[in-house]
Ligand binder design. Structure first.
Ligand code: GTP
Length: 299
């Protein structure tokens, strides 16, 4: 009897530790992938610390952890900032490890967008399958975990090689759940939004399912592009509608989403009813025909 009591006592702390580990929320793992020098470390550190730090060790590959509140959840983010020039084996490992993916390119480097196409192919090949997510999704391309395509360094407009519409079109073509064009250097909030949206896409399949079929609306906050520069189907009459056109955002805060179900849902967007459309039209006429971008209404 005494021996059993002694055993239980010695098991106590271990048991408690096991229980506390079991109760710990599972982290949400995001991997940031992209060509060398596109700003992966800058993006990761911006998300974690809200600061922009100019230079990093290019060989450092590290998982960072932080806790954020998203949609009422205390989310433990684990972010893997991958090192440049990884061999395919380690890219594969990173992809297998993650729940969601950020494919980062620089708008000033066309090759970096091509690299994202290659990486998306690897994500499709090695990424985890999320059953709930795949059931929610009507498209085969979205049956793996969520992937966001992000164009960085859009403060470098003079060096731009990838026009915004091309980024939008690439994201749609690759089956990414969202597209953003940002400047990590100039803006912090867009970076936070990317991670939060990925979490929402991953964790809220019901919300995702509810609004996915209505994903004809994209949101953008960019200087206007001449209609001829838009890819087919991305203009206001096409599949992806540009909102907020003609309005310049704060410097570096241009942001486009091919689709961001979580955010759209939160701010009550989706296919408007005919009555709502009539109201909106009337409102536009009253405001000189300028539409408010969804992001403007939430910022
Ligand atoms: N102008 C500008 N420069 C940026 C921006 N984001 C990052 N940079 C710069 O781009 C360079 C590369 O940034 P990193 O974060 O080291 O890029 P990385 O993708 O982690 O690079 P590797 O670790 O070599 O793969 C640094 O000099 C950053 O200061 C941005 O939004 N605008």
């Amino acid at each position: 009897m005494a021996a059993a009591a002694a055993a239980a006592t010695s098991q106590g702390p271990r048991l408690l530790r096991r229980i506390s580990i079991a109760n710990r929320p599972r982290p949400f793992r995001v991997v940031v992938l992209g060509q060398m020098g596109v700003g992966k470390s800058a993006l990761t550190v911006r998300f974690l610390t809200r600061r922009f730090i100019g230079e990093y060790d290019p060989h450092l590959e590290k998982v960072y952890t932080c806790t954020r509140s998203v949609d009422g959840d205390a989310v433990v983010f684990e972010v893997l900032d991958t090192a440049a020039q990884q061999d395919e084996k380690s890219v594969e490992e990173s992809i297998r490890w993650a729940d969601a993916y950020i494919l980062l390119y620089s708008v000033a480097d066309r090759c970096s967008l091509n690299e994202c196409l290659r990486l998306k192919f690897l994500v499709n090949a090695y990424g985890k399958r999320n059953r709930k997510y795949s059931v929610a999704s009507p498209e085969g391309a979205l049956s793996s975990n969520p992937v966001a395509l992000v164009g960085n360094q859009n403060d470098r407009n003079l060096d731009r090689m990838v026009p915004l519409p091309e980024g939008v079109a690439s994201a749609a073509q690759l089956g990414c759940v969202a597209f953003y064009e940002i400047s990590v250097r100039e803006c912090c909030d867009s970076v936070q939004t990317i991670f939060e949206d990925l979490y929402m896409c991953y964790k809220r399949p019901k919300k995702f399912r509810a609004i996915y079929p209505r994903r004809s609306v994209s949101e953008c906050k960019v200087p206007p592009f001449p209609p001829s520069s838009l890819p087919p189907g991305s203009g206001p009459s096409g599949k992806e509608e540009m909102n907020g056109e003609g309005k310049e955002g704060r410097k570096g805060e241009s942001e486009v989403k091919v689709e961001s179900p979580a955010r759209s849902k939160r701010i009550g967007r989706g296919s408007p009813s005919p009555k709502r459309e009539a109201e909106v039209k009337k409102g536009q006429e009253n405001s000189g025909g300028r539409r408010r971008g969804a992001l403007q209404s939430i910022s």
